[in-house]
Design a protein around this ligand. Structure first.
Ligand code: UDX
Ligand code: ADP
Length: 464
């Protein structure tokens, strides 16, 4: 089988950018990206490149070059499956919010639906590639669905987890640290692996393409995310000690990270990590360990999440305590809603949890983010199910003008490290705020000393 046409089911944060880069780097391949959401597909096809459903630096440029050349977005899933020799599954796998494994296990219903569609439609042999992050041994389940409901064609299931980080997706896809491909060690399995290796080898050096068995590949993705998140929780736990002593968390992180065995990355203390992957994948690992009867292992990884929750609560409490123990009916300005800079993704953002705690204590929030709108903010809050939509709507207002957002506010709270916040006219903001003017810098991006000179009282994470 020679792969000439591929398709990707799921046109989200993973499927969209990954396929756009494959199409750019492999002009000889036809790449179809399909999704059940017509709205999403229409946005991917939008003439206005600022209206793509995913905001990523450099993405619009890639889409501009490849779209309608060899990159196509459509809702015709069956046709795309039929036409392709290789099918990627990049649908969402959120944490289950019902039934067995509720709150921890990954919900595989979307993946299973894809497998069933592939089995129903396929008339020729296919390579099926798991792109979504999945619990270990999902490939086995996908294989079973394909084999038991298919039309007698041969399916080879590969695991090819995506390691891109949002905000730097295009850069990461261009220059991946590694590409991981897991497959069966049979003759057909090895042939399928080599087909996928050949695609990536168009731009990734071969020595960076690591092939393993399926289970190692699936597990490695969960473990990589767990290790990264663990570093953040580790430094965040130390930030609490720093605040109680005269240590400075940034100095500690630098000193510790200078040890080449430890390294300097992912040691930035913050209001807590967010994003669709870390929490979900660790909970998944916790669930897997528990299901295997490995309770100590499960509890070990669970602590990473618990420290993250604690950091968010600690930050919200700091705001309340500093505002004389009450924030009832006080206006508080939130700068940033996305889970990190350079993305419009808000999934599991600390902003949602901090805003929720402030609202619970009676505050009126005025929020601004350069890439997130009011509808998204309110739907994130509503999804927590802590109060009615009407109450959330009254308590949270989106302010498109950051200076307007600060007028008569009792505090400015920075949640996302957007560069533009650093460049604001902070003297002007000082004059607009209710006094004493307070800043809570959840990302340590502002120059504390300069702001103190202006007159601000400023709280930074992990600094006394
Ligand atoms: C992560 C992994 O990095 C990526 O490899 C995987 O494919 C998906 O999950 P992502 O969630 O997109 O990527 O972003 P990442 O840069 O890892 O940041 C996650 C969260 O941690 C963000 O909220 C970020 O602000 C926070 N963070 C990151 C810190 O608080 N401190 C740090 O030092 C680094
Ligand atoms: P991720 O960050 O993993 O890419 P997203 O939620 O951004 O997650 O994207 C997943 C996409 O998968 C969504 O656009 C959703 O509409 C799509 N999707 C989910 N289930 C199916 C399905 N059965 N068939 C096609 N697309 C699907």
């Amino acid at each position: 089988m020679k792969v000439k046409t591929i398709c990707c089911i799921g046109a989200g944060y993973v499927g969209g950018p990954t396929m756009a880069v494959i199409a750019l780097k492999c002009p000889h391949l036809k790449v179809n990206v399909v999704d059940i959401s017509k709205e999403r597909i229409d946005a991917w096809n939008s003439k206005d490149l600022n209206s793509l459903p995913v905001y990523e630096p450099g993405l619009a440029d890639v889409v501009k070059k490849a779209r309608n050349r060899n990159l196509f977005f459509s809702t015709d899933i069956d046709n795309a499956i039929d036409e392709s020799e290789m099918i990627f599954i990049a649908v969402n796998t959120p944490t289950k919010n019902y039934g067995e494994g509720k709150g921890k296990a990954a919900d595989l219903k979307y993946v299973e639906l894809c497998a069933r569609s592939i089995a129903r439609v396929s008339k020729s042999d296919k390579i099926v590639v798991e792109k979504s992050t999945l619990p270990v041994r999902t490939a086995e389940a996908v294989q079973t669905v394909l084999d038991s409901t298919g039309n007698g064609v041969n399916f080879e299931v590969l695991s090819n987890p995506e390691f891109l980080a949002e905000g730097t997706a295009i850069e990461d896809l261009f220059k991946s640290d590694r590409v991981l491909i897991g497959g069966q060690q049979s003759k057909n399995g090895k042939r399928a692996i080599s087909e996928l290796v050949n695609i990536y080898a168009n731009w990734i050096p071969r020595e960076k393409i690591y092939t393993t068995n399926v289970w190692s590949s699936e597990l490695s993705k969960l473990v990589a995310n767990a290790f990264l998140a663990q570093r953040i929780s580790s430094i965040n736990s130390i930030s609490a000690i720093c605040e109680a002593t005269e240590a400075d968390v940034e100095e500690v992180a630098t000193a510790v990270g200078m040890d080449s065995r430890i390294g300097s990355k992912f040691l930035k203390s913050s209001v807590g990590f967010g994003g669709s992957c870390f929490q979900k994948d660790i909970l998944n690992l916790v669930y897997i360990a528990q299901s295997l009867g490995l309770n100590q292992v499960s509890e070990y990884w669970h602590q990473v999440i618990k420290i993250n929750d604690y950091q968010r609560q600690r930050f919200a409490k700091k705001i309340m305590n500093s505002l004389f123990g009450t924030i009832s009916e006080k206006k508080i300005t939130l700068f940033g809603w996305a889970f990190k800079k350079n993305t419009n993704d808000t999934r599991e953002s600390s902003a949602i949890y901090v805003a929720d705690m402030l609202i619970e204590n009676g505050a009126n929030i005025c929020a601004y983010d350069p890439k997130v709108n009011e509808q998204q903010m309110l739907s994130d809050l509503d999804n927590l199910n802590n109060r009615t939509s009407d109450i959330n709507k009254t308590a949270l207002n989106f302010c498109p003008d950051p200076y307007e957002a600060c007028k008569n506010s009792h505090a400015v709270v920075i949640i996302t490290e957007w560069d533009e916040f650093i460049n604001y006219d902070w003297s002007k903001i000082y004059n607009l705020l209710s006094k004493p003017a307070k800043i809570f810098d959840g990302r340590n991006i502002l120059d504390k000393e300069k702001l103190k000179v202006i007159g601000f009282e400023i709280y930074s994470i992990g600094k006394s």
